[in-house]
Design a protein around this ligand. Structure first.
Ligand code: NAP
Length: 323
């Protein structure tokens, strides 16, 4: 029997994941929106059986194996909680919630309900990311000492869109900075010291951020931006060379190795084109095995990420309403 998914949200990522679920043999049986017309339009465009508004009505039929929460950041907590309390497993978009307190409430709810919950940190399932980890473990560049990464895109400065809207939990850090942060934690472990500088938008969220982190065995220097079209690349270096995840590094199609200025290897990463299908596979695998969490994206890692997101936001003075 194929896995029955419900999708909460009608934005661009809801569409992309719907396609990935189908490509992996899952069924998308319901979609929900705050607005009935958006729910109907999405269901019609993607040929989905049921559409609902408001969101939590999609849980009433009691026929979902898993829900994909792809609403705006401010809604993640309420939407994930509703699914868990209905006994439905959840794949929840990043940022997982608005802060650590909300994160802990959701993890406790999943524990209580005994159902699967995973943050949709799709980068951790990408073949290039796994390849990088294997090479570091094998000592290909020696112990990693320095990581640099940037995720800079240029977006229209519109205070009503989710990227800049404070009431929707916006800002470049939680939206795209979460990727270099996840990479730095994977490569160098938890930092001992962090320093962040930000340029804030008129709405009060970070338009861009520059971060330096000192880890026990090395340094990370990364930036994220909604106003600078910098690109999306990451490099890890040790005494015996460097490994580069080419743009876009969070689902890199190409990985290269350098020694000094010499390019010693250039790998076109097999499977990179499968995109979101890797995380969908993980959800299907975990559900079939009756697991409540993914070993590759466990609850504790979601907590760690959120702790550092909170710390970085505190340094630059970005807060969300009511939090
Ligand atoms: N993993 C990834 O690669 C990735 C990529 C992008 C985003 N995300 C995450 O996924 C979540 C949603 O992001 P998104 O890119 O899908 O955002 P989006 O396209 O801006 O959509 C977000 C919500 O905005 C509403 N919306 C969509 N089109 C609208 C329109 N024409 N008019 C008014 N409202 C409209 C919808 O609300 P209703 O649901 O009420 O209809 C939709 O769920 C965020 O938490 C984000 O961080 C993850």
């Amino acid at each position: 029997m194929s896995v029955r998914w419900g999708v909460l949200g009608t934005g661009s990522i809801a569409a992309a994941l719907t396609e990935a679920v189908r490509a992996e043999g899952g069924e998308v049986v319901a979609v929900s929106s705050a607005d009935p017309a958006r729910a109907a339009a999405f269901a019609s465009a993607y040929d989905i059986e049921r559409h609902h508004a408001p969101h939590h009505e999609l849980l009433a039929a009691g026929d979902l194996d898993v829900a994909y929460v792809a609403t705006t950041n401010d809604r993640h907590h309420a939407d994930v909680l509703a699914c868990l309390e209905a006994g439905v497993a959840v794949l929840a978009e990043k940022p997982f919630a608005l802060d650590l307190a909300q994160t802990d409430e959701l993890l406790a709810a999943a524990q209580r309900a005994g159902v699967f919950l995973m943050e949709a940190m799709w980068m951790r399932f990408q073949p290039a990311f796994l390849e990088l980890e294997r090479r570091l473990e094998a000592g290909q560049i020696g112990p990693p000492a320095l990581l640099t990464a940037h995720f800079g895109i240029s977006l229209p400065v519109d205070p009503t869109r989710r990227w800049f809207a404070r009431e929707q939990g916006g800002g470049s850090l939680v939206d795209v900075g979460v990727y270099p942060l996840t990479l730095a934690l994977a490569v160098l472990g938890e930092p001992e010291e962090i320093t962040a500088l930000a340029q804030l938008a008129d709405t009060g969220v970070d338009a861009q951020l520059a971060v330096a982190m000192r880890h026990p065995t090395g340094l990370a220097s990364w930036s994220c931006s909604f106003v600078a079209d910098l690109g999306v690349e990451a490099t890890v270096a040790g005494p015996e060379g460097s490994l580069r995840l080419h743009a876009p590094f969070h689902h890199a199609p190409r990985l290269t190795r350098h020694r000094g200025l010499e390019l010693v290897e250039d790998l076109v990463v097999p499977g990179a084109e499968l995109g979101y299908r890797h995380e969908v596979r993980e959800v299907h695998r975990c559900l079939a095995a009756g697991r409540t969490q993914s070993e590759r994206m466990p609850w504790e890692l979601t907590r760690t990420l959120m702790r550092w997101l909170d710390a970085l936001r505190a340094q630059v003075g970005v807060t969300y309403p009511g939090r």
